[in-house]
Design a protein around this ligand. Structure first.
Ligand SMILES: C[S@@+](CC[C@H](N)C(=O)[O-])C[C@H]1O[C@@H](n2cnc3c(N)ncnc32)[C@H](O)[C@@H]1O
Length: 353
C-alpha cells in the first residue's frame, strides 16, 4: 500500500492509502515525482491513459477535479470505484449477496479459462460473482466489486498478467507457492483479503470527478476547462499490447456475448483499436494527441527510453505544438515489463503553450 497525503482543510493529517497495483507501466512509485511538478494553481486535471489510476488517485488527494480515462473497461471500473466514487463501499451484506449462488449465472469464464488460468471451481465462482454484480443497486458498488475482483485475479496469476500459460503448473509447484502463496489461494479468499483496503481507499475530495472509458482521442474533444492533461501512453514497441496481457479482465467485466476467442490464452477478437500500441500509426496518434490538447494550458507526458519513437522523435513532435522541458529518472530496480528494467530511463515532458 502507498500512503498518499490528502489535502484536507479540516484535518491536514488525514491520509489515504492507494491499494498497490500490479499493472504494466503503472506509475505509483513515480507518482510523487510526477505530481510534484504540477503547479498548485491547477484546478482540473485529465489523465488520458489512467490504467491503474495511480496518478488520478494522487491528484484526487490534492483536492483537484479529476477526469480520468482508459481505453479498457476494466481500468474504467477502477476509475469509477476510486476516482469518481465518493462514498460507496461494499458492506458485509453486499459481499454475502455477491458470493451467494445464482442459478441464472452464465458460464463464459468456466468455458474459456478453467484449467488454463485457474481450476473449474474458481471459474464457476467467477461466473457466479459476475452475475451477482448486476444485482447491486449502485453503479459505484458494481465498479468497486469488479475492481477488487480484477486485482484478486492479477494476484492469483503468476506475473499478474494473462499472456502466459504457466498459471496452473506454478500454482501446483510447492516451491513457487511458498514464494507467493496467493497463486494457490481461491479467488474468493483473495477478494476478502483485499476488500478492506479498497473500501478504505474510497473518499470524497469535494469535487465532481469523472471516469471515462474510451480512446483518448475521442474523449479529448468532449472535455472543457481542463488546466492540465497527463498522458502516459503504452510504451510502444515494448509490452504495449494491454489487450494481450489483460484480456481476461476485459472479458470478465464485459462478459462479451459476441467475440471470438483464440490461442492458448483464449484471447478475444477483434480487439479494441488503440493507435498507441504499434509502430504503424503511432506518429499520427502523437500528433493528434497534441493537436486535440490545444485548449489545455499544460500537458505532462510520461515517456520511456524503450518506446517508439525515441525521446528525440517525441520531442520533435511535441515542440511543433508547445514549449517543452524534460525531466528524467533512472529505474534502479526492475519492476517487470521491458520499460521498467533496471537502468532504463523514465522521462516526464512538461509542455507549456
Ligand atoms: C502505461 S499505461 C498507463 C499507466 C497509468 N499511468 C498507471 O499509473 O497505471 C497505458 C494505458 O493506456 C491505455 N490505452 C492504450 N491505448 C489507449 C487509447 N487510445 N486511449 C486511452 N487509453 C489507452 C492502456 O489500456 C493502458 O492502461
Amino acid at each position: 500500500m502507498l500512503q498518499y497525503n490528502l489535502i484536507h482543510r479540516e484535518n491536514p493529517d488525514f491520509c489515504v492509502d492507494f491499494p498497490e497495483p500490479q499493472y504494466l507501466g503503472a506509475k505509483h512509485k513515480l507518482a510523487s515525482w510526477i505530481v510534484g511538478h504540477m503547479p498548485e494553481t491547477v484546478s482540473a486535471v485529465f489523465d488520458g491513459f489512467g490504467g491503474s489510476q495511480s496518478i488520478a488517485f494522487m491528484v484526487k488527494t490534492k483536492g483537484k477535479e479529476v477526469h480520468t480515462n482508459d481505453l479498457m473497461r476494466y481500468a474504467h471500473h477502477t476509475g469509477m470505484a476510486l476516482i469518481e466514487n465518493r462514498d460507496a463501499t461494499l458492506s458485509e451484506a453486499d459481499v454475502h449477496m455477491l458470493f451467494a449462488e445464482n442459478p441464472s449465472r452464465g458460464s463464459l469464464m468456466q468455458s474459456l479459462f478453467s484449467n488454463i488460468f485457474f481450476n473449474a471451481e474458481d471459474a464457476v465462482f467467477l461466473d457466479n460473482f459476475r452475475a451477482n454484480v448486476e444485482l447491486l443497486q449502485c453503479e459505484y458498488k458494481k465498479s468497486l466489486a469488479l475492481c477488487i475482483m480484477n486485482r484478486s485475479l492479477t494476484r492469483k496469476i503468476i506475473m499478474g498478467h494473462f499472456a502466459h500459460l504457466q498459471a496452473i503448473p506454478y500454482a501446483n509447484d510447492p516451491v513457487r507457492v511458498r514464494r507467493n502463496p496467493s497463486i494457490a489461494k481461491p479467488v474468493s479468499a483473495l477478494f476478502l483479503e483485499l476488500l478492506p483496503e479498497y473500501n478504505r481507499a474510497v473518499f470524497d475530495n469535494r469535487q465532481k470527478n469523472r471516469s471515462y472509458a474510451g480512446n483518448v482521442l475521442e474523449i479529448l474533444p468532449r472535455l472543457k476547462n481542463i488546466d492540465l492533461a497527463y498522458y502516459d501512453p503504452p510504451y510502444c514497441n515494448s509490452h504495449s499490447d494491454y489487450q494481450a496481457f489483460y484480456h481476461l479482465l476485459e472479458t470478465f467485466v464485459e462478459y462479451w456475448p459476441d467475440k471470438e476467442f483464440s490461442g492458448g490464452t483464449r484471447r478475444y477478437h477483434p480487439s479494441r483499436a488503440s493507435g498507441f500500441d504499434k509502430k504503424k500509426g503511432m506518429m499520427e496518434s502523437l500528433h493528434s494527441l497534441f493537436a486535440f490538447s490545444s485548449d489545455i494550458p499544460l500537458v505532462f507526458m510520461s515517456y520511456n527510453c524503450r518506446s517508439y519513437p525515441d525521446i528525440n522523435g517525441l520531442m520533435e513532435i511535441a515542440r511543433r505544438y508547445r514549449r517543452v522541458e524534460v525531466h528524467e529518472k533512472e529505474y534502479r530496480q526492475s519492476r517487470g515489463g521491458k520499460g521498467s528494467v533496471s537502468g532504463s530511463r523514465e522521462y516526464l515532458l512538461v509542455c507549456r503553450k
